[in-house]
Design a protein around this ligand. Structure first.
Ligand code: A3P
Length: 303
C-alpha cells in the first residue's frame, strides 16, 4: 500500500516498514548487493535523530591524523557526502557501485531498520552505531524538515495529523518504535556489534560520548591526544553552530533534493514544548507507554 508523505512520491509499506517510495528500489539494491567488510563502520538512525551530527563526529574521529582543523573536508563538503547513505546516494537509481576501492574503514549510513539490513552486515564483524532521539523532538524535527522539502500545507496536513501518522507508524522509515527497538535489542544481544547512542546523552556530555564512540569503532584516543584536547577540538568542530555557519551547509542540495540547510535547525532537547498541544502530547505519551513499556528503554524529553 502507498501513503502520501513529505517525500513527493509518498511511502510504501515494505518488509514491515514504511519506505519512502522514491528510495525503495535503492533499498532493494542495497539489500541485494552490499558486501560488508569487517572494518566497515555503519551509522544507522531514524530520520531526524542527529544523523548529520554523528556523521561529522565519526568522520572526524576516524580521519583525525590525516586532516587538521583547517583542512578537514568537513569545511567544504556536507557530512552526507563524507558518510553517504546507502539508500540515498550509494545505491542511487538502482546502480551497483564498485565499493571495493574505497579506503578502509569505509563509512556508510542508513535509515533502513535493523531487520532489513543485508545479511552480510549482520554476519561480518563490521560495527553499527545507532543514534536514537526522543520521539517528541524527532517528530517536531521531522515536521520542520518536511516543510523544507515541500509546502506542507499543499499536502493538507496539520501538525496534529502528522502526530496521528507518527502514532500510527505511517511515516518515513516508521514505525518509530520498531525502528528504535530493532536496534535496541540488537545492541543488547550483541554489544560489540551495535552501539546504541542517545541524542540527549550526546548533548549532555559530548566529550564523554565521543570518547565512548571512538573506542567502540576501534579508534580510541591516546593519552597524548587527550592531553592535547583533540576530543574537545572534534566536539567544537562538529557543533551545530560551527557546521551551520559553513557556506557549504548554507547552500545547495544533497542528492539534488534535500536542501543542505534543512539538516541544521535548533538542535535542542525539549523543543517539542513549543509545538505540541496537550492533546497531541497525550496521544504520543500513550503510544510511548504502550510500545516501550517492557523494553527497558527510556527517553529523556527535557534538559
Ligand atoms: P532539530 O530539527 O530539532 O533542530 P538528522 O541529522 O538525523 O536529519 O537530524 C536533524 C536534527 O539534528 C535537527 O534537529 C538538527 O538541528 C540537529 N542537528 C544537526 N546537526 C547537529 C549538531 N551538530 N549538533 C546537534 N544537533 C544537530
Amino acid at each position: 500500500p502507498k501513503e502520501k508523505s513529505f517525500a513527493p512520491s509518498g511511502i510504501t509499506f515494505y518488509q514491515d516498514f514504511w519506505c519512502p517510495t522514491m528510495l525503495l528500489q535503492n533499498v532493494i539494491s542495497f539489500q541485494n548487493h552490499f558486501h560488508a567488510h569487517d572494518q566497515d563502520i555503519i551509522l544507522a538512525s531514524k530520520p531526524k535523530s542527529g544523523t548529520t551530527w554523528l556523521k561529522a563526529i565519526i568522520f572526524s574521529i576516524v580521519n583525525r591524523t590525516q586532516f587538521t582543523l583547517s583542512n578537514t573536508p568537513l569545511l567544504t563538503k556536507v557530512s552526507h557526502e563524507l558518510v553517504p547513505f546507502f539508500e540515498v546516494t550509494v545505491y542511487r537509481n538502482n546502480k551497483i557501485p564498485d565499493l571495493t576501492t574505497m579506503s578502509s574503514p569505509r563509512l556508510f549510513s542508513t535509515h533502513v531498520p535493523y531487520a532489513s539490513l543485508p545479511k552480510s552486515i549482520k554476519e561480518s564483524k563490521c560495527r553499527i552505531v545507532y543514534v536514537c532521539r526522543n520521539p517528541l523532538d524527532t517528530l517536531v524535527s521531522h515536521w520542520y524538515f518536511g516543510s523544507h522539502l515541500s509546502d506542507i500545507r499543499s499536502l493538507g496536513w496539520t501538525l496534529e495529523e502528522f502526530v496521528g501518522k507518527f502514532c500510527d507508524g505511517k511515516e518515513g522509515f516508521g514505525p518509530f518504535w520498531s525502528h528504535v527497538l530493532g536496534y535496541w535489542k540488537a545492541s543488547i544481544e550483541n554489544p560489540n556489534k551495535v552501539l546504541f547512542l542517545k541524542y540527549e546523552d550526546l548533548k549532555e556530555d559530548t566529550i564523554y560520548q565521543i570518547k565512548r564512540l571512538a573506542e567502540f569503532i576501534g579508534f580510541p584516543f591516546s593519552q597524548e591526544e587527550l592531553r592535547h584536547g583533540v576530543v574537545e577540538d572534534i566536539s567544537k568542530l562538529c557543533s551545530l553552530n560551527a557546521l551551520k555557519d559553513l557556506e557549504v551547509n548554507k547552500n545547495g542540495t544533497h542528492a539534488s533534493f534535500f536542501p543542505n540547510k534543512s539538516f541544521y535547525r535548533k538542535g535542542e532537547v525539549g523543543d517539542w514544548v513549543n509545538h505540541l498541544s496537550p492533546s497531541m502530547l497525550e496521544r504520543l505519551n500513550k503510544m510511548i507507554e504502550e510500545k516501550f513499556k517492557d523494553s527497558g528503554l527510556s527517553f529523556k524529553v527535557s534538559c
